[in-house]
Design a protein around this ligand. Structure first.
Ligand code: SF4
Length: 476
């Protein structure tokens, strides 16, 4: 069978069937033919307003539609859906790079094997402790660990030991309560081990859904295998991990192709496991060591980027959407309104960068950081632009993962848990880590937010008092 003839089947567990190249081409054609079809666009928008999501075809029509008024409508709707599902909360996290040893040849990443001048480093358990203490001292409670693919230097045992170390460190009032993991595609058995180690979300970026481009961009190493990479989330689910995070690296392929592929991947997870992606990340290719983003001709500007984010929010309303410090403050502010619900803050993208900050221009980083503000500043900024920063990890601790989480989220019940939890974790942050200026802004915000609570209001007031007096880790 030739490639273009493969049937789209979201229920199949074969990569080329649930991400059908042919279906994506048909979708792009359909979107082009209908992007100015006002009747259809309105119909899709009316469906989107119900907040139950859209198919990849419907969402692709919205993405292709270049009518200014309709685009404004899409942005407004995305903002509303974000409020309905997530309120004004923004969850904070930090990446922790464990090792930059890598045997792959990804042409867009400076950690590729052929880069011989980049300093290679793998943290020892002692060094991980120092990094985690530095992160706890900033106020972080949620980490995403990152490591290159290298069976000799970064075997699964190393990752598991590192997770154990991270969870074991209790420095002053600090604790890392959720470790998300972003490591290479692996076996069901290894996913099971990660699950047993108590990880939060397993995150793996597809990079590109276009098989032909994928193979060219990953010329060497185990990552070259498109099917193995694309079917990783299926193996993760089989290994018991029910929170998985998708993402593509925008700039490698045509953004409309990636958008359709991403939504098809979400449809596949829903169809087979009844649980869509816990998160979707939207990284754009950035400069780093020997990587020049202009060498890739599918770069997208800020307007397209904003539209992609808004359309993902509308199409997959329940998913958490993540943006990192790759993006500037200005860009982050814009897309927070359009659907982003999680951001990193105070990030270092090099191995060992928290304990021993690297120079501004860091050649060993995986990508250049645009938003270099310390976490305290990011928290203050979020509050000043109308958001409630949250360090909550309660769902994970209370077993509200996978299908249970999705049921609560789809029923738009998340406010009853997340909102009070956000208030209480913000209070912890203010008590333990914030500058005086941030504390002032935060206390005013908490006083305002308490008034929005109903049944749990009294309980929250009591807990805030207890936090003020030194107790920690309250949750609903
Ligand atoms: S993207 Fe990941 S797998 Fe590829 S070279 Fe970089 S670290 Fe290695």
């Amino acid at each position: 069978m030739v490639r273009g003839e493969i049937m789209y089947n979201p229920k199949s567990k074969i990569a080329e069937e649930f991400i059908s190249h042919n279906e994506i081409l048909e979708t792009l054609k359909f979107a082009d033919e209908n992007k100015n079809n006002k009747e259809l666009v309105d119909e899709i928008l009316a469906k989107a307003k119900l907040g139950k999501g859209l198919t990849h075809r419907e969402a692709s029509v919205l993405l292709a539609c270049d009518d200014k008024e309709k685009t404004e409508e899409i942005f407004k709707l995305a903002e509303q859906i974000k409020k309905d599902y997530y309120g004004n909360r923004i969850v904070l996290f930090a990446p922790l790079y464990l090792s930059n040893y890598c045997v792959n040849g990804c042409v867009y990443c400076p950690y590729h094997k052929k880069n011989t001048h980049i300093p290679r480093k793998k943290l020892t358990q002692e060094e991980i402790k120092r990094e985690v203490i530095a992160l706890q001292d900033m106020g972080h409670k949620r980490l995403a660990i990152e490591a290159g693919e290298d069976p000799v230097n970064n075997p699964i045992e190393y990752i598991l030991e590192s997770i154990k170390t991270i969870y074991s460190i209790k420095h002053k009032n600090g604790a890392i309560r959720r470790v998300n993991v972003n490591i290479a595609a692996t076996t069901v058995e290894n996913y099971r081990k990660l699950h047993e180690a108590g990880i939060g979300t397993y995150i793996l970026f597809q990079e590109t859904y276009n098989k032909e481009s994928y193979e060219q961009l990953h010329p060497t190493g185990p990552k070259h295998n498109y099917a193995y990479h694309t079917e990783a989330m299926d193996r993760a689910m089989q290994g018991g991990i029910d929170d998985v995070g998708l993402g593509v690296l925008f700039g490698l392929e045509s953004y409309r192709y990636e958008f359709a592929g991403l939504l098809m991947h979400a449809e596949h997870l829903e169809a087979v496991y009844g649980v869509g992606p816990h998160t979707i990340s939207v990284p754009r290719i950035k400069k780093a060591d020997d990587i020049d983003p202009t060498a890739f001709d599918n770069g997208i500007d800020d307007d397209i980027f904003a539209k992609i984010i808004a359309c993902i929010r509308i199409a997959v309303p329940y998913t958490g959407m993540i943006i990192s410090t790759r993006e500037s403050e200005k860009c982050r502010e814009r897309v927070l309104h359009l659907g982003i619900s999680q951001i990193s803050g105070g990030s270092k993208t090099s191995v060992g960068g928290y304990f021993q900050p690297m120079p501004e221009k860091d050649d060993s980083a995986q990508f250049d950081v645009s938003d270099r503000r310390p976490l305290d500043e990011v928290i203050r900024w979020l509050m000043q632009i109308g958001y409630l920063p949250s360090f909550c990890t309660a769902c994970y601790g209370s077993g509200r993962t996978g299908e249970r989480f999705m049921d609560i989220c789809k029923g738009q019940q998340i406010h009853n848990f997340c909102h009070p939890n956000a208030i209480m974790t913000l209070k912890e942050y203010l008590q333990d880590y914030a500058s005086e200026e941030t504390k002032k802004v935060g206390e005013e915000l908490i006083a305002k937010e308490i008034e929005t609570l109903d049944t749990v209001k009294q309980q929250v007031i009591e807990n805030l008092e207890k936090i003020q007096n030194g107790e920690r880790d309250f949750k609903f």
